[in-house]
Design a protein around this ligand. Structure first.
Ligand SMILES: CC(C)(COP(=O)(O)OP(=O)(O)OC[C@H]1O[C@@H](n2cnc3c(N)ncnc32)[C@H](O)[C@@H]1OP(=O)(O)O)[C@@H](O)C(=O)NCCC(=O)NCCS
Length: 173
């Protein structure tokens, strides 16, 4: 019932609606700027996927959005996932391959578990053999999501930059 796919022009209304929620610091619409035409945003995401004009410290990444069909037949955007195609030194410590978020009004419905599950197949197609996924030690929702998807806890450690306790998992693909 949840579809993970590229964002499309037809999704504008539900995408803009999803931006209105309080994401509490999570960078949900990465690279999007307020007022930006959706077509421009889609081009930015495609360039990132293809690794074009990458800023220093960036790597190619695929952004996919999660949609759930509504009773009226429309698709509601409920979250997104980003899959880094490769990691630069340090990203295996904090950041990892896969990052996801579910819009606050749609949490606790199993969507993150489904999003990560589906994105593992995509990661495998990209050529990743072992997905590294990191989260805050205190982020119960995220660590349960990872464990539900077969994640093995590799290490718990303080983030070198912030001191915040982190968990690093890996998931064989
Ligand atoms: C973390 C996040 C993705 C979870 O999304 P979600 O759709 O609510 O997660 P699910 O419904 O799939 O729940 C997965 C598991 O976590 C548990 N869970 C979810 N939120 C929780 C919370 N706030 N506290 C405790 N447990 C929680 C669920 O009960 C479920 O456990 P179960 O499988 O044992 O029943 C969501 O809260 C979010 O987007 N947070 C902000 C961004 C973020 O932290 N992303 C992760 C970065 S690593």
């Amino acid at each position: 019932m949840l579809t993970l796919r590229f964002l499309e022009l037809k999704d504008e209304a539900t995408f803009l609606d999803s931006l209105e929620e309080d994401w509490e610091g999570f960078s949900y619409a990465h690279l999007y700027e307020p007022g930006m035409a959706l077509a421009t945003y889609l081009k930015k995401l495609e360039a990132l996927r293809l690794g074009e004009d990458l800023k220093p410290g960036w790597v190619p990444a695929t952004f996919l959005f999660a949609f759930v069909r509504q009773p009226d037949g429309s698709d509601r955007c409920v979250g997104r996932v980003s899959i880094r195609h490769r990691l630069l030194p340090g990203m295996e410590i904090v950041g990892g391959h896969i990052g996801y978020g579910v819009r606050p009004s749609e949490r606790r419905k199993g969507y993150a578990t489904e999003i990560l599950g589906q994105s593992l197949s995509v990661a495998k197609m990209i050529g990743i053999e072992k997905a590294i996924v990191t989260c805050d030690d205190a982020n119960l929702g995220s660590l349960r999501t990872i464990e539900r998807n077969g994640g093995y806890l590799d290490e718990t450690f303080p983030d070198p930059a912030t001191g915040v306790l982190k968990r690093r998992y890996w998931i064989p693909l």
